[in-house]
Design a protein around this ligand. Structure first.
Ligand SMILES: [Zn+2]
Length: 324
């Protein structure tokens, strides 16, 4: 037994020694060299793996990760991807998932075409500007000028009027009138279409001048005080909307007062029920105006016309006239 015991003791001792040797490193690990070499060895291998994995990670990133590739390509073709950033981003990403680099390039190429397509906006191919649709033929224009001559209108032909910021506005063949009839001035002169001047002349000659003679003391008409003449603007009053006013085409003229040789004047204003000759005069000339013009508005039509007569030659279907 003893021999066995001794053997067992040796075995135990060896075991213990080994155990001790193994256990020892922990407490005094720093002091003993064997431990250090072990650690040193472990350290050496350690650095190597990290480096390898790092490299491996970089490579796989490019190859394996689908999401990253799109980014890398934009770099290869910087100009194209950058421009289309917003629109292109959404579509290209899903497509890149399937095929690799080849699919991405096509996507980037498709974008530029879209940009080139942008200039497509086919402007605003409407019809010709209203100004042009109202341009008088040579015959009609000559006939109109002859009428002005017969009326004794003082006028001059002036250059076409146009509005850079509003293609429809303007007058193709305007005349500037300074006296609608001999001795009856348009204060400051006014540009308008010849047809407008002719209607105004006929109205003044056949109705206004005779009516003025019926006023108390039979004053002599010397002129018209004008409101708006040519003006590129939208309609006003109850019809206010985006539609352009007839003033924008030289078709309209506003009259705010009749002036007389004695220096007095008769303003256009609400006169209903005043029961005097002046009310009758204003009613008479206003009513007669619709024999020459297709639109007549004034006091009572709406708030914006309480201080003047609006007369225009707007063309309407069936020759309908708006007389208020
Ligand atoms: Zn007007």
């Amino acid at each position: 037994m003893t021999g066995r015991a001794a053997g067992a003791g040796l075995a135990l001792a060896l075991m213990a020694g080994m155990a001790v040797a193994q256990a020892v490193p922990d407490p005094g690990g720093a002091e003993r060299p064997p431990e250090k070499p072990v650690q040193a060895e472990a350290v050496q291998p350690a650095p190597a793996p990290p480096e390898k994995p790092a490299e491996a990670a970089e490579q796989p990133a490019d190859d394996a990760v689908d999401a990253t590739p799109p980014l890398a390509r934009p770099d290869s073709t910087p100009a194209e991807p950058s421009a289309d950033s917003s629109e292109a981003e959404a579509e290209p990403e899903p497509e890149t998932g399937n095929p690799g680099s080849d699919a991405q390039k096509p996507v980037g190429r498709l974008i530029p075409p879209e940009e080139t397509a942008a200039p497509e906006p086919p402007a605003e191919p409407k019809g010709p500007p209203v100004r042009e649709t109202l341009r008088e033929s040579d015959f009609d224009y000559a006939a109109c000028l002859l009428a002005l001559h017969d009326l004794g209108t003082v006028y001059e032909e002036i250059a076409e009027i146009s509005q850079p910021d509003q293609r429809d506005c303007g007058i193709a063949r305007p005349v500037r009138v300074t006296a609608i009839l001999p001795g009856i001035a348009l204060q400051g002169g006014a540009a308008m279409r010849c047809d407008t001047a002719r209607s105004l002349g006929f109205w003044m000659r056949d109705f206004v001048r005779p009516a003025v003679a019926r006023l108390p003391d039979a004053p002599r008409l010397s002129g018209l005080q004008l409101g708006t003449t040519y003006d590129c603007r939208g309609r006003v009053g109850d019809e206010a909307e985006a539609k352009l006013s007839e003033h924008a085409f030289g078709n309209a003229i506003d009259i705010s007062a009749f002036t007389f040789h004695d220096g007095s004047s008769l303003p256009v204003e609400p006169r209903q029920d005043s029961g005097d000759l002046v009310e009758s005069f204003q009613r008479a000339v206003r009513g007669a105006a619709c024999l020459e013009f297709t639109t007549v508005l004034g006091p009572g039509s709406n708030a914006s016309h309480n201080d003047h007569l609006h007369l225009d030659i707007a063309a309407r279907n069936g020759g309908w006239r708006l007389c208020q």
